[in-house]
Design a protein around this ligand. Structure first.
Ligand code: 3PG
Length: 306
């Protein structure tokens, strides 16, 4: 059995060592395709793979067509919008993610970006503090919960919106549940995005919501660029010179936004939220273990294309 790790943005070496150990101890072989620059390389490497571990790498029909012996794809991470689930199902391949394994890393980056924004990107001018500010968490999943935990250390007042999470679970975390997006954006000086990219959420955060934010608002996006309506966001930033936008997911209009809004915006050049050795180890090893559990025992606990 061959397990292919195909990562355009590689895991830390220590995580690869851990993945290799799990795979080899199960009597399987590991092949590594890192920093590949063309899809052709992926198509060739996947041709005889039984299992595939990816990160944000695009796994579409063409990949499934090329992968004639593939049985399972594990997205080592949370969001699986990069994997064509319908194509996987049509090819008889199961798809899994590794929920929660990289969530602390992403949550910590939220605060790295927030402090940077609140301190004017360390340009020597007087900034502001996070203490006693309001924070709205847009989706209270694993990352959102870690964001809430860290926010308390900063002394922030935290609210969250999540129609899929019962109020009791939000309250139990010491967070105020809110029930409309309008309320979330209008009541919180800082809003942190944690919604997945789905047909419902794509382009769902734009002019109307961002314009509702209180004076000096900061929107931080460590989720997906697709959830933002970029022209709408640009209009809001134009209309409201007090608002800032920081994102771990470079927008399509990044250059235009940087030119027009200067230090009010900041974008990482590559998605960095989960790029820690700890997150790589957690997610990578979980992915390897899930593959072994599926190929050996048919365990489908984390399957997302059911
Ligand atoms: C995720 O969905 O798990 C995060 O966005 C991390 O993505 P990455 O593995 O491409 O860094």
């Amino acid at each position: 059995m061959k397990v292919l790790v195909a990562t355009e943005k590689p895991f830390a070496a220590v995580a690869v060592d851990g993945i290799r150990k799990v795979v080899e101890e199960a009597g399987m072989t590991l092949e590594l395709l890192e920093k590949y620059t063309s899809k052709q390389q992926l198509l060739e490497a996947v041709a005889d793979a039984d299992a595939l571990i990816v990160r944000s790498d695009k796994v579409d029909t063409e990949v499934f067509d090329a992968a004639r012996t593939l049985k399972i794809v594990v997205r080592a991470g949370a969001g699986y919008d990069n994997v064509d689930l319908a194509a996987a199902t049509a090819h008889g391949v199961i798809v899994e993610n590794t929920p929660g394994q990289n969530s602390n890393a992403v949550a910590e980056l939220v605060f790295g970006m927030l402090v940077m924004a609140a301190r004017n990107q360390y340009d020597g001018t007087s900034g502001s503090e996070l203490k006693e500010k309001t924070l709205g968490i847009h989706a209270f999943g694993q990352v959102g919960r870690n964001v809430a935990r860290i926010a308390k250390g900063f002394g922030m007042t935290v609210s969250a919106l999540d129609p899929f999470c019962p109020d009791e679970a939000i309250t139990a975390a010491g967070v105020k549940p809110v029930h409309s997006v309008e309320q979330l954006y209008s009541e919180n000086k800082v809003v942190s995005l944690h919604i997945p990219a789905t047909t419902e959420t794509r382009g769902s955060v734009g002019f109307d919501l961002v314009s509702l934010m209180p004076s000096g608002g900061i929107l931080v996006n460590t989720a997906r660029k697709e959830v933002i309506d970029e022209p709408g966001l640009i209009r809001a930033l134009e209309a409201r010179p007090d608002i800032r936008y920081v994102a771990d997911v470079r927008p399509d209009a990044a250059d235009e936004m940087t030119e027009r809004f200067g230090k009010r915006v900041f974008f990482t050049p590559k998605k960095m939220g989960a790029q820690t050795s700890e997150a790589n180890i957690n997610a990578g090893i979980a992915a390897a273990r899930q593959i072994v559990a599926y190929l050996r025992e048919g365990d489908t606990k984390y399957q997302v294309n059911k």
